[in-house]
Design a protein around this ligand. Structure first.
Ligand code: C2E
Ligand code: MG
Ligand code: MG
Ligand code: MG
Length: 281
């Protein structure tokens, strides 16, 4: 082993480092194969108004790894970004989501459900992104106004001019936008007003601390006020308890997503849940 050879030291054969590099390479290979062998599935999590009426869903990717079983996005999205595998993966997500929207649209009980889709930075920065969305919507027959793209503050701020241009182009198709994990990034009010957003999504870390941390409750109230003043919908993510739901509703946040209303589920279970909800309602 070579170590401590001065300030340009390189640690060759560091076994810990090697293990990390190997694991990454394996994961990348597995990801590549996973994409070509269609090992991915979209789960759907319900979004409701504060009286429990379903209004939409968020599509969340899951990976059925042949050996490891289900792998969550936290374990593979960032590597997919670094390797550009997010491009075919993101396109697949978009296609699946639009197909699902078209199916819901064709059924009276689900005809007005909106679907939120997470978009990664690499995917959004592609020169052809707007064209991809347009073509995918057209091929599916889904109504553009039912598709909501979730962007993060870091994505938006990375290149505000490009973001604004693409958002306007997509808006002219009818597509809607939500700012995901809002409050965790660094967006300033000035930028916020430049973006043609439809929704702010309060990050679940703030929701989690309702009743526990006075400052987080205050941040939530500030976000709701900001959203209202900008004419945006405000949706809270990660709502797990009735107390959280009540606090949010009392402060003017009328859209919720979280385990209290349903976990992310495969489409059949999601659709089944919607139908039984209608019956018991
Ligand atoms: P996100 O977009 O902020 O999604 C919300 C995450 O919170 C999801 O985790 C969801 O399962 C989880 N969640 C929902 N309700 C609750 C709750 O009541 N309590 C708690 N503790 N958690 C809740 P998930 O599915 O593991 O996804 C994690 C992240 O991975 C997402 O965060 C998103 O950033 C990314 N992601 C997921 N699917 C996609 C995708 O198709 N494309 C891209 N680019 N990113 C994705
Ligand atoms: Mg999201
Ligand atoms: Mg989020
Ligand atoms: Mg999040």
């Amino acid at each position: 082993q070579v170590k401590n050879t001065g300030r340009n030291a390189l640690c060759f054969f560091d076994p810990g480092m090697l293990a990390i590099i190997e694991a990454r390479a394996n994961l990348e290979n597995d990801l590549r194969r996973g994409i070509s062998e269609s090992q991915f599935e979209l789960y759907y999590q319900l979004q409701v108004t504060d009286n429990g009426t379903p209004v939409g869903a968020e599509a969340l990717i899951r990976w059925h790894h042949p050996l490891r079983g289900m792998v969550m996005p936290a374990e593979f999205i960032s590597l997919a970004e670094e390797t550009n595998l997010i491009l075919p993966m993101g396109q697949w997500v978009l296609e699946q989501a639009c197909k699902q929207l078209a199916e819901w649209q064709a059924t009276p009980e689900t005809a007005d459900l909106q679907l939120s889709v997470n978009v990664s930075a690499r995917q959004f920065r592609q020169a052809e992104f707007v064209e991809h969305v347009r073509a995918t919507l057209r091929a599916s027959g889904a109504r553009a106004s039912l598709l909501k793209l979730e962007l993060t503050e870091s994505l938006v701020l990375d290149n505000v001019d490009d973001t604004v241009e693409k958002m306007h182009a997509l808006k002219s198709l009818g597509v809607r936008f939500s700012m995901d994990d809002f409050g965790t990034g660094h967006s300033s009010l000035a930028y916020l007003t430049r973006l043609p957003l439809d929704q702010l999504k309060i990050d679940q870390s703030f929701v989690h601390n309702i009743g526990l941390q006075a400052t987080d409750s205050m941040i939530i109230q500030t976000i709701i006020g900001m959203g209202n003043n900008l004419g945006l919908e405000v949706l809270a993510e990660g709502v797990e308890t009735e107390a959280q739901r009540a606090f949010l509703a009392a402060h003017g946040c009328h859209l919720c997503q979280g385990y209290l209303f349903g976990r992310p589920q495969p489409v059949d279970a999601f659709n089944g849940g919607l139908i039984s909800e209608e019956i018991t309602a």
